[in-house]
Structure formats: C-alpha cells, structure tokens
Design a protein around this ligand. Structure first.
Ligand code: NI
Length: 171
C-alpha cells in the first residue's frame, strides 16, 4: 500500500515518535514493506513513519533508490552513537516538496538501532548515507532538516508554505 506523505505543518512531524516495543509481528513487517513502497513511489532515499502519519520511531532508507536490495535499511529506535567531521550538501525532504537547502551535517556517523525482527545493530556511514541516517533519526525525534539552517531561511520557507496552504496547494 502506498501512503500519501504528510507535509510540513502537520504536528506529527514535530513530535518525538514513540519507541517501537513489539518486533517481528506481521503488522510491523507490513508497515516496513509499505514504507519502502511509499518511499520509492515518492522517489525519496529515506522515509520516516511520522511522514505517513504514524508517530513511531521507525524509518526506512535506500540511497540506491531501489537499484540494490542490499542497501535497504530498516532503522527502528535509532540513536546516534558517534559523529565525525563536517560536510555541507544540498538536502531536501519529502515533507517539504520543492524546497532544498544547503545543510551542514557530520561527514561520518555511527548509529545503533534495531531491525524489524528486533535485532540490535550498529552501522556506520559517510556522506550521503550519513546524511540519510541523521535526517531520518532527526525525523523520529520530531526534527526537520530546516532546524539546521539559519532562522532567516527557515522563516522564508515557513512563509512560502503558509502561502501555499492558503492557496490550497499544500495538502
Ligand atoms: Ni525528510
């Protein structure tokens, strides 16, 4: 099932999700599959559960955009355990369509999380993968990438979104 993506302005995006406590259930596996399907349909490289209106700490990532099944990542209850360096690159979010900004993030990151079966793992990534791991972990903590840009740029985006909402072009 393909979910529609919740857009910026919806409170679920700015609330910390609840930790997932039940693993390896048919419902959880279904949700993970649906999230991959929804992410590919929206042409994203990551999708967090709050973005489909589900306030849980679960996200999926695939920086190969469906080209390489080995790169599919399920990230449940993730915590950042280590970061290194700094890297500036353009970033966007499916919940903020049409907007893109330069965002400074650590160059390398190590996260600890669980998979859909509940197995704990640690994974390290750099550049785009690091960015995706951090962006999705942020989502699960109720944070959007625009919290990492200047207040001036963030206000500009807020104003543009408000205009689009008034015009009925932001649903
Ligand atoms: Ni996002």
């Amino acid at each position: 099932m393909i979910y529609s993506i919740v857009k910026y302005g919806h409170p679920v995006l700015e609330k910390r999700g609840e930790d997932v406590t039940e693993f390896d259930t048919p419902e959880l596996h279904r949700l993970v599959e649906d999230m991959f399907e929804s992410m590919y349909a929206a042409k994203g490289v990551g999708l967090a559960a709050p973005q489909i209106g589900v306030g849980k700490r679960l996200a999926v990532i695939d920086i190969s955009t469906g080209e390489d099944p080995a790169q599919k990542i399920v990230l449940i209850n993730p915590e950042v355990v280590k970061t290194e360096g700094s890297h500036k690159s353009e970033e966007g979010c499916l919940s903020l369509p049409t907007f893109r900004e330069q965002v400074v993030r650590p160059l390398k990151v190590t996260v600890r999380a669980r998979d859909a079966k509940g197995k704990e793992f640690e994974m390290a990534g750099d550049e785009l993968l690091a960015r995706a791991l951090l962006h999705e972990t942020d989502h699960l903590n109720g944070k959007l990438y625009i919290s990492h840009i200047s207040a001036l740029k963030r206000d500009l985006i807020r104003r543009k979104v408000r205009k689009l909402q008034k015009a009925g072009e932001w649903e």
